[in-house]
Write a protein that binds this ligand. Structure first.
Ligand SMILES: Cc1ncc(COP(=O)(O)O)c(C=O)c1O
Length: 427
């Protein structure tokens, strides 16, 4: 097939996408043919470096061999069973493994579901059943999903505008954001005000927080904020829910980001990289809370699909293998040093921030144009890059933690060129 014909194949797929796929799902022009490690190839044969990682699902890169082998092995045994029809080992093994990897002392149990949003919904159900209370406290710039309950918990209009009525009993407080002048003290004062104005803390079932806000702009939560929330939860009998869907599974250098914040959650929600590319998410938590739900109150047809469980067991083996944490730390150090250099040269950049290798650049102007221009220029140059943040002005880096130094350096060089192009227009 000639290059011309292959390019037209991409055009055909784009045209069919316009015709048959709902426009509400935002997609760029990229038409993927295959992917491996830190690289993605378009149907016209063009190669891209992937710093988007399927939005934090590829912390191990595309197609890690141990994960693919585990999937093949399970595919040959059985594809689906439904845990409500028959117990199967991969589901039980994964719940045991998640318990062994719990960031604290508690005895845990888990439930497996299909997506991060579904897992957050289940965490709220469990917290409500355990406390007999309705209130859910979330924070500014939070992202917890797109289902009916989770869009009410998510703090960005685009995800909920026109989709109401929204779920009730969801309350929002400020979260620390030092770059915009919001300190831990400010955020805690906002929570106190919420407790005085809107909801008695004794009516709150759970507080849900991302340890590093993801879609909200890669904002690491300060340890003293997380610890203060832990204390407030203890004082009022509130369930602390740690949403690690984006920040977990090694993204920050430790398996769970909260390990670096010196606090033990009551429930931990994982997803994205957990399934190694297959749809899987989990709620893991203190056994007595998890068992507060009556038999039949939790479940779902595909939740904890055996193939996804087999993948997840291999993913967790890889993430906890000797040398992985050191490699992740190295990636974080390399990225941060180069981002600081870029920031010192590039006036568009306001701040470099993140936790370990979960890093981003916030642009100075609180508007999306320059970030959009940067991600578009990066795509032209062969780098997949995502923006995030309430103002759409944060450029987040999600390369695989298994990427080579050469791939990371090359991606950063392309990022700098893309920023230069955007700066020429938006400075
Ligand atoms: C922190 C966080 N929680 C929950 C979700 C929802 O996960 P999913 O898209 O798998 O429903 C996301 C997705 O980006 C997320 O980043």
């Amino acid at each position: 097939m000639s290059v011309g014909e292959r390019a037209s194949a991409a055009e055909e797929i784009r045209a069919a996408r316009e015709r048959y796929v709902a426009r509400g799902v935002a997609t760029p022009s990229l038409v993927v043919d295959r992917a491996e490690g830190a690289r993605v190839w378009e149907v016209d044969g063009r190669e891209f470096l992937d710093f988007a990682g399927g939005i934090a699902c590829q912390n191990l890169g595309h197609g890690p061999s141990a994960v693919v082998a585990a999937i093949h092995e399970q595919v040959d045994r059985y594809l689906h069973q439904c845990f409500m029809v028959g117990t199967y080992e991969p589901y039980v093994d994964l719940c045991r493994r998640l318990g062994e990897l719990w960031p604290g002392e508690a005895e845990t149990k888990s439930i497996l579901v299909n997506s991060g949003a579904e897992a957050i919904e289940n965490a709220v159900k469990i917290a409500r059943a355990a406390t007999g209370r309705a209130g859910v406290v979330v924070f500014d710039r939070a992202f917890h999903g797109r289902t009916s309950l989770t869009m009410a918990m998510t703090a960005k209009l685009v995800y909920k505008q026109g989709f109401g009525p929204l779920a009730t009993d969801v309350y929002r407080a400020a979260a620390p954001y030092p770059f915009r002048g919001i300190s831990t003290e400010d955020a805690l004062a906002s929570l106190q005000l919420l407790f005085q104005q809107d909801v008695d803390p004794r009516s709150v079932a759970c507080i849900v927080l991302e340890p590093v806000q993801g879609e909200g702009g890669f904002i690491p939560m300060p340890p003293d904020f997380v610890q203060a929330l832990r204390q407030i939860c203890d004082e009022f009998g509130i369930v602390y829910v740690d949403d690690e869907v984006q920040a977990g599974c090694g993204r920050t250098g430790t398996l769970w980001a909260i390990e670096q914040l010196a606090a033990e959650p009551d429930l931990l929600v994982s997803g994205k990289t957990l399934g190694g590319g297959l749809p899987l998410a989990a709620v893991t938590g203190r056994a007595e809370l998890m068992d507060a739900v009556h038999v039949g109150g939790l479940g779902g047809t595909f939740g904890g699909n055996p193939v996804a469980c087999a993948a997840a067991l291999a993913v967790l083996d890889e993430l906890t293998a000797p040398g992985f944490a050191e490699r992740a730390e190295h990636v974080g150090t390399l990225l941060r040093a180069r981002l600081e250099e870029i920031s010192s040269r590039q006036p568009l950049v306001g701040e470099v921030r993140g936790l370990g290798p979960m890093l981003a650049l916030e642009l100075r102007e609180p508007t999306p144009e320059a970030a959009k221009a940067t991600t578009a220029a990066a795509l032209e140059k062969g780098l997949l890059l995502l923006a995030c943040g309430l103002d759409g002005n944060v450029i987040r880096l999600l390369p695989p933690l298994t990427a080579t130094d050469e791939e990371l350096e090359r991606g950063l060089a392309l990022l700098e060129e893309a920023l230069d192009d955007a700066g020429a227009v938006h400075a």
